[in-house]
Design a protein around this ligand. Sequence first.
Ligand SMILES: [Zn+2]
Length: 175
Amino acid sequence: MKRSANTGTLFLFRNSMSFRIGFGIDFHQLVAGRDLWIGGVKIPHEKGSLGHSDADVLLHAICDALLGAACLGDIGIHFPDTAAEYKDIDSKILLEKTVSLIKKENYSVVNIDSTVCLEEPRIKTFTKQMQQIIAEIAGIGVNHISIKATTTEQMGFIGRGEGIAAYATVLLIRN
Ligand SMILES: [Zn+2]
């Protein structure tokens, strides 16, 4: 009786250890003359994100969350903004490479929750498309990808339209 209870506890412990949570955050300046890429979708706007790559704030936050969950460092370590090979790169490629890195460690994505903070434009009409793009790369269903959006009520650099931020939380499971 005692033995089976102990085995059960051990089983639960091992099972819980196979899950890993990760958190990611990213910021970019918004400037004229750049495209605005968010979640792999080009959003029509008079300003775009400034960065070495296509500066997709949401995909970068998700990459960081995935790397964090697997204890693999951050996006700057794997894809340095000093490397010519990443200049103006499509961040969907960075997300693909990140998913490959976590798969190499035998992890799969369970779900992703995220929030994009920007004053304008409103991105609600694009979130379904973003979900589909991210779900396809992560290899999970669209109903496992959550993308929320908020303003900062006109406060701070985001409120003044000077920048954009994204936050992401992910859960991984070890296969
Ligand atoms: Zn970024």
